[in-house]
Design a protein around this ligand. Structure first.
Ligand SMILES: Nc1ncnc2c1ncn2[C@@H]1O[C@H](COP(=O)(O)OP(=O)(O)OP(=O)(O)O)[C@@H](O)[C@H]1O
Ligand SMILES: [Mg+2]
Length: 251
């Protein structure tokens, strides 16, 4: 099977700080990969390399067999962790979705663009949001609109940086259903950064545990082993449970 993503000994340095260190990885096409790791582990950096937004300091990144910088933009759908668009910008949800079709903001939509944006909104069950102003959307609704934007060109791969942020429990379950449906219909690859280990265990075909290096990569039950989690996070329990033992140690 063709690889969707290949990393060969990839390092990224921001000045003197090494954010990724000798990462080698092969993600098969059609995989649903959950990427987990502590804050600052280099997760967003890894997605930016695949998107060609960042060049590695060392090593090589290939996407569908091509150098990352030479991949057609329409093959990749992206939801960024931090949105650059000001929410007070007087735009409609439909226009934000359609902006995924162009390099510049689409001040006037063609009938074809309108239809594509509506289809993407339907896919995330957000048609009723189409004519709403961005400033009037709730956090979870806005996140859903961004997801539709990532879908709008029917990409071969979705790269989602903490897409469930702000979604309620049902919204999140719905999102997984939509992603799995899209993946089945288009034989697409999904890469999703999440802090939700349980969701990763349940929905992903592969889990990548990252902390500047690859700590584990494989089927969820293997990658989410106590050993990998301890190496990545320094512990395996939930912080609410941990605080008790920390207090006791201090006492
Ligand atoms: N443009 C930049 N310039 C300098 N340092 C950066 C830059 N971008 C990221 N870093 C640093 O690189 C490290 C990895 O950042 P990255 O955003 O990839 O982490 P992350 O795993 O996505 O974290 P989080 O879970 O908090 O989103 C962090 O320590 C961060 O401070
Ligand atoms: Mg991040």
């Amino acid at each position: 099977m063709e690889a969707a993503v290949e990393f060969e000994n990839v390092s990224v340095r921001y000045g003197s700080y090494t954010a990724l260190d000798g990462v080698s990885l092969r993600i098969p096409e059609g995989a649903f990969v959950a990427i987990i790791g502590p804050n600052g582990a280099g997760k967003s950096t890894l997605l930016k390399l695949i998107l060609g937004l960042l060049r590695p300091s060392e090593g090589e990144v290939r996407v569908f067999g091509r150098p990352a910088l030479k991949v057609p933009a329409e093959w990749l759908g992206y939801v960024a962790q931090f949105k650059t668009l000001d929410r007070s910008f007087p735009a409609l949800a439909l226009e934000l979705v359609a902006s995924g079709l162009r390099r510049r903001w689409p001040f006037r939509l063609s009938a074809r663009e309108r239809e594509a944006a509506l289809a993407a909104l339907r896919r995330v069950r957000g048609e009723e949001l189409a004519d709403r102003r961005l400033s009037r959307l709730s956090g979870g609704e806005l996140q859903r609109v961004y997801l539709a934007r990532a879908f709008v060109r029917r990409p071969r791969m979705l790269l989602l940086d903490e897409p469930a942020t702000g979604m309620d429990v049902l919204g999140e379950a719905d999102m997984y259903r939509m992603l799995e449906q899209y993946q089945r219909e288009h034989r697409a690859t999904v890469l999703m950064i999440t802090h939700d280990w349980e969701a990763a265990r349940y929905h992903a075909t592969h889990v990548l545990v990252l902390n500047r290096r690859v700590i584990g990569f494989g089927p969820p039950e293997r990658a989410l082993s106590d050993e990998c989690l301890r190496r990545a996070f320094g512990h395996v329990g939930h912080p609410h449970e941990l605080s008790f033992s920390v207090e006791r140690r201090d006492a």
